[in-house]
Structure formats: structure tokens, C-alpha cells
Design a protein around this ligand. Sequence first.
Ligand SMILES: [Zn+2]
Ligand SMILES: [Zn+2]
Length: 380
Amino acid sequence: MPDLVGDRSRKAHLSLETSEPTSFGYGFISGLLAAIIGIAAFGIVLSLHFPQYLTHEKLRPLYSFAGLHRIVQAMLVASFLLGAASAFLRANKTLAVVGIGFTLAAAAIGGTPASVQGAAAGRSWLGLDFFVLNLLLYSAVFVPLERLFALRRHQPVFRRQWVVDLTYFFINSLLIEILTILTLRPAFILFGWARVGWVGESIGSLPLIVQVPALLLVADFTQYWVHRAFHALPFLWPFHAIHHSIEEMDWLAGSRLHLLDVIVTRGLTYVPIFVLGFSERALMVYVFIVAIQATFIHANVHWEFRSLRRFMATPAFHHWHHSAETEAIDKNFAVHTPVWDLLFGTYYLPDRWPAAYGLADRRAVPRRWVTQLIYPFRAR
Ligand SMILES: [Zn+2]
Ligand SMILES: [Zn+2]
């Protein structure tokens, strides 16, 4: 039994920093699982109680699944037990408290209701269930991936400023419905006149295998110029500077985008897609690819994809976009493929990784979600 008296690091405490070991046996993995499963279970329970306010229409068919009730019960038990294990093994009780806290909160609001009226509920503006699904899927894929293939091995899961990035992840998922409307509607309303019947019909009827790559090229062309404008125009830069205030790269960091940056970039990128008449199925595949690739290129993984790197935007390509080194400033604007950067002279990819990320003036951008939301309006 180690002598715990006088060893401050072993005293029970709550902290948002990871100072104890994170390998198996130290209560970190159990704590992380407890927190993620606990938050997710609470989110599902809350969504089931208030489907009319909190659930995304496209996800509602999931609620008629008979086994959901049992899955949520299992999640609640799991997060409670994992939280208890973490509390026992780890001096820092934050993850355990989060896991057990959300489990108890889910139980306190009544657990899963006996009958779910989700399918019948009206349109809602928030997607709490979409956030839950994103949290579970992304963390299940990217947390182990970044542990196993880390570029920066000593960067913890809970690195500096993870709270602000999780807030972006939460809010941008929760507002999915509103953001979708704000990005798709303007094209419908303002550019309906630009659609030419036979063009749309021929493009929309092409096989998906042709449409999807074409759509990616078209989308990336627009995205390239909108992104470049955010860098070049002084009144737009403060909105995008938020994204460039990232100093440690990982899958979660990519979420740090000002709402106006998201709406303007996605909204304008959608205009040519809509005008050219790509099919809805091609659009769905594109939305899926953009979500995965935009997350992946920020990830803390060391894969370089040397043979593909002139065709596909890779983590190295986008890590250089975030580099603090002068020669990398205003380079690598694309999301899907470097061809537009190669063509317009902004391609930059040396055979090493950047030494540091972020803005030249590290104190320029504030460090909380709310202050970052207001910052661009005050910066002018
Ligand atoms: Zn940028
Ligand atoms: Zn980025």
C-alpha cells in the first residue's frame, strides 16, 4: 500500500487536466467510457421524454426499435459501474463524477419512458439525439485511433482547451436542423433561376460513382475560394481566426468554427451543387464524406499517405494549414483534394510535420465559446 499522506497528486480531487497516467489500470479508460456513455444515455433519455423539441426527424425511426429501452438500461448500468471503477482507481474524480452524475440524472428524470411517441412528434429545431449519435460514433472511432497512431504521443485526450472544442461539437450538432436550413434555403430561394432543366437532368442521372467525385471537385472549388476569402478579407478574417486559434490538433479541434463561418462556407458551397442539379443521393454521400474528412484531417495521427497526398487532402496537408510557421501561412485551403491548391499556387507540403500550430498573436482570440462568438463583431 503506497504512502498516500503528503502526496498531493494522489489526493482525491476534481480537475479538467490529465496529470495521472492514462494507460490501462489507472481508471482513465473506465472514466472516459463512463463519461461518454453517461452523457449519451442521459441525452437519449432526455430526447425520448421530449422528442418534439430535441430529436432530429431523420433519426426518429430509430426510436421504434424495440431493443432501445434495454440498450439504454445497459448503458446506464455500464456508466455507473465504470464510473465507480474509475473513482476507485483514480485520484482525479472528474470523469467518474461526470459519468455517475449523468447516470443519476437520467434515472432522476424517469429513465426510458414506457412508450415513445417520437415518430408522431412534430418538427423540432434541436437535435440532441444527433449530438449523442455523433459523440458515440466519433469518440469510438477517433479516441482509440489517436491513441494507437498518435502523431504527438504526449498530447493527452483532455489537452488544453478541450472544453471549448467540445462546446462547439455540442452546439454545432444540436443546431443541425437550423444550420441545415440556413445553408440550404438561400440557394433554393436566391438561385432557383440559375437552374437549367436539361443540365440538372443529365448530371442528376449520372451514376453515383461519377457524380460523387464530380461533386467533391465542384464543392471543393467553391470551398477553396470561400476559405481563401476568409483569410484575405479583413472583415471576414476575425470569424475564421477562431478556427486558427487551435494550438493542439485532434479530431475534436476541427469543430472549432464560428457559426457564421459554418453558415457562409456551407451555404455558398451548396449553391453550385444545387444549380448543377446533383442528385439527393450524391448529396447525402457528399455530406457523409465531408463530415468524416473534415474531422480526420485535424486528427492527431501520424499517417502521411505519401502516394496519395497530391490527390487527397490528408492530416499532414491540413495540419500545415494550421501551422504557426510563416512559410505555411495562407496555404492548403482545400478540404477534399489538393488539386485546387496546386492549380492556384497555394500548395505547401514539406516532408515533415509542423513544429507548432496557431496564430502569431496567441492572445488575439479569447478562449471561451461565448466570447469567441462575440469576438469577430468587436474585433472590427
Ligand atoms: Zn483557414
Ligand atoms: Zn482546420
